[in-house]
Design a protein around this ligand. Structure first.
Ligand code: ADP
Ligand code: ZN
Ligand code: ZN
Length: 747
């Protein structure tokens, strides 16, 4: 009995190709039909203009709007079976939701080698084992074939087999293996490179799970209740409260059910330390999608996940597009972290897609954080997410309170006031480590002329140049342009040029002078450019000698620093008065994260926060009543101002080398959109256009228009219409534009 093969009667293939155009291209199937017939999800090679590109079949139709004989045929089908349907669904959802071209979305969601047309199949290796006859044969029976005898003994010691690369690494030649095989003593099987070793006795865990405290146990029990269905949970736990231990035990349950777990961590969070912790716990492999993988390794990992051979997959933002054969749970650690949102091209939010994906696949999803995003808090309060809380640290110390230190009218050395310097001295004298957090890399935020007030500015951006000393130069942190240090002021000729403000390099220099007997480690993007530099410094710090750590947010996140008992925040003010509507939320999250570095092990900690605004109501709320109380206040302000999470936003950004071009197109777009909204009676506000907060960047002018609505439906319709309108504008070619749905910043 044969059922009609899928896709029989297909006359036209709607193919998503990698172009910025938001539409499918029609092709004739040609002679390339795969064995199983045409289906959505098959990769094809197709002619596009004068090129050949790799696209993905999205629709199989009987008809085209174009005459069939004008369609070009597909050159080749690249797959024997389609890419997974759930994966295709997620990509289509993403393209639609973020108003991005589907072809480009699909390309971004697959490993580079698949984009290039490489087959999706597991690379294999040989595993050699003794046969029954081989097990009954003694080395002595092999007589003069001495190397074969040694090989026989090697295989005997490994009843589960030895892979070929290991055998050749021991100096054996293929002829010796073949010799054993010819005698019927050994045989080889092919297995995927990413094969999961057969379980040894002793089960799943390589290291026993910890005994959970009462709150952890309650959280885990709640998670166990929803293992078989969509079950979104917000796991809110102060730093060090044992969220990771809860993840590990949830994963244990998922893998025990023969399902796969996907763990998303922030960019900065996929450290060797984190990975080691997961790998120590489980006997099954933990597949990590980190930036140092080769293209071939990335494809192996993707294939293993798709085939179900990777029980645990851990990665950063883009890992949300890893297909799983038997999805069991998705965990998003530090869900509030900004790195989950891609800031260019396909501007997706991996946390939001995690929710969508878990819903589609009918599995639990856990969003974990000490400082949840306001979006997630609102969902939890509304009962859409289950709210699980860990309020106590596993070490029993309460997290350190923030102590505000008034900067006004006080002498500063390297940005630090005398009582803070005293506190540092005491902590070091007691044999502890001190973390000095300063969110500006470089020596000083800029260089100033004391005679005329000139400030070093970038020629290409509306921004100051940062002064660096290692090496000595001025750098723009927005366009990366570098300039040599001037000997004299370009405006007045005075030689009295001085650094203005404090960056990590300057802080490092001052602290080294103040505490000459103590090691000072600087951790920022500049000091960690060299591969492994960060890990080496952290290893040095973990040895526990008294030391000073000076760093940016790079050190604030994720790292376990058990010997730090004092955290100093050099200046908390930048985020308090920034224009961006999320600035307060983000700076509170960062402060709490930094504070969480103090006293994680047996030492209680102290956190000193320097500020010029000790009476600032937001800062006081955070210091006195904690993140939750501040979040409550911020939510009220957001509601009053009509901002997310109560209203939904989309931001149209336009940029052009000529200011007039950008402004004109922005104005026309806003006008056309307003007309369209009015004629459709849609409740969407169109605000702007206005110049971007930093109007000139890299010598291009930036303007923007904001769309805002209480409901997602009308906002989505307006975005879709606007994008089509822009695509149809001839003038749009001189202007680059992008639409950001759910923007994280308005800059
Ligand atoms: P979080 O992820 O919330 O920051 P972790 O899971 O990293 O917290 O836990 C912080 C520390 O507490 C770790 O050293 C961890 O081993 C330890 N810990 C977590 N849970 C327990 C527990 N139930 N019993 C003992 N120690 C625990
Ligand atoms: Zn001057
Ligand atoms: Zn610049």
């Amino acid at each position: 009995m044969s059922s009609p093969s899928p896709g029989s009667g297909v006359a036209v293939l709607g193919v998503a190709v990698p172009t910025p155009l938001r539409r499918l291209f029609d092709y004739r199937p040609g002679a390339a039909a795969p064995e199983g017939g045409w289906q959505p999800g098959l990769r094809v090679r197709v002619p596009l203009g004068r090129r050949e590109v790799v696209g993905v079949v999205v629709e199989c139709r009987a008809h085209s709007e174009l005459p069939l004989d004008t369609l070009k045929p597909v050159s080749a089908c690249l797959d024997t079976q389609p890419l997974p349907a759930d994966w295709l669904w997620l990509c289509r959802f993403t393209a639609r939701y973020y108003q991005h071209a589907l072809g480009d979305t699909l390309h971004q969601a697959m490993p580079v080698l698949l984009r290039q047309g490489r087959p999706l199949e597991a690379r294999t290796r040989e595993r050699w084992q003794l046969t029954a006859a081989g097990r009954d044969t003694s080395a002595a029976q092999l007589g003069r074939a001495r190397r074969q005898a040694e090989l026989l003994e090697l295989l005997r010691q490994h009843p589960r087999g030895v892979v070929h690369s290991v055998i050749s690494a021991q100096g054996f030649a293929r002829a010796q293996l073949q010799g054993l095989a010819d005698k019927g003593l050994a045989s080889a099987t092919e297995e995927p490179l990413t094969a999961v070793p057969a379980p040894r006795q002793g089960g799943l865990l390589a290291e026993p799970a910890l005994t959970l405290n009462r709150e952890q146990a309650a959280a885990l029990a709640a998670l166990h209740e929803g293992l078989e269905r969509y079950h979104p949970c917000l796991l809110q736990g102060v730093t060090g409260s044992g969220k990771t231990e809860v993840y590990l035990q949830l994963i244990e349950a998922v893998v025990a059910h023969d399902r796969q777990a996907l763990v998303l961590v922030p960019e900065i969070g996929l450290t060797p330390q984190t990975l080691a912790r997961f790998r120590r716990r489980f006997r099954v492999p933990v597949v990590a999608l980190h930036s140092q993988l080769t293209d071939a390794e990335r494809l192996d990992a993707w294939e293993a996940a798709r085939a179900g051979r990777a029980p645990i997959v851990i990665g950063t933002r883009s890992a949300i597009f890893t297909p799983l054969a038997r999805p069991g749970a998705i965990i998003v650690d530090e869900e509030h972290d900004g790195s989950f949102k891609q800031q260019d091209g396909l501007r997706y939010h991996a946390r939001d897609l995690a929710i969508i994906r878990a819903h589609r696949e009918g599995i639990p999803v856990v969003l974990g954080s000490a400082t949840p995003s306001l979006e997630s808090l609102v969902q939890a309060r509304a009962g859409h997410y289950r709210h699980l809380q860990l309020t106590r640290r596993a070490s029993h110390h309460a997290p350190a309170r923030l102590e505000l230190v008034d900067l006004r009218g006080r002498r500063r050395q390297g940005g630090l006031v005398p009582p803070v310097i005293d506190a540092i001295r005491q902590a070091l004298a007691a044999g502890n480590q001190v973390l000095v957090f300063i969110n500006r890399r470089g020596f000083a935020p800029t260089l100033a002329c004391h005679a005329c007030g000139w400030l070093a500015e970038c020629d290409h951006c509306d921004a100051r140049l940062t002064l660096h000393r290692q090496p000595s130069q001025l750098t723009c942190h927005h366009c990366e342009r570098q300039r040599p240090l001037p000997d004299a002021c370009p405006d007045c000729g005075s030689a009295d040029l001085r650094p203005l403000g404090t960056g990590t390099e300057r802080s490092e220099e001052t602290l080294a002078a103040l505490f000459p007997d103590v090691a000072v480690h600087r951790i920022d993007r500049d000091s960690t450019r060299r591969k492994d530099a960060l890990e080496q410094t952290l290893a040095e710090i973990r040895r526990g000698e008294p030391a000073l750590l000076v760093g940016t947010q790079m050190i604030a996140k994720g790292h376990h620093l058990p010997h730090v008992t004092l955290v100093v925040v050099v200046n908390a003010d930048a985020g308090l008065y920034a224009s961006d509507f999320r600035a307060l939320e983000h700076s509170a999250q960062l402060l709490v994260q930094v504070a969480g570095r103090a006293g994680r092990a047996e030492h209680p900690g102290r956190v000193l926060v320097q500020t010029l605004h000790p009476e600032d109501p937001h800062l006081r709320l955070l210091a006195e009543r904690g993140y939750e109380a501040l979040a409550e206040q911020l939510l009220e302000e957001r509601r009053a101002a009509g901002l997310p999470p109560y209203r939904h936003l989309a931001l149209l950004r336009l940029e052009s080398p000529r200011e007039a071009d950008a402004t004109q197109l922005a104005g026309e777009a806003a006008e056309a959109l307003r007309d369209w909204l009015a004629s459709h009676a849609l409740a969407v506000d169109c605000l702007g256009p206005v110049p971007a907060p930093m109007e000139r960047r890299q010598n291009r002018y930036h303007v923007q228009t904001m769309l805002r609505s209480e409901r997602r439906g009308p906002l989505h319709d307006a975005c879709a219409w606007l994008v089509r309108w822009l695509e149809a504008q001839p003038g749009a070619r001189r202007v680059r534009w992008s639409l950001d749905v759910d923007p994280q910043t308005l800059s």
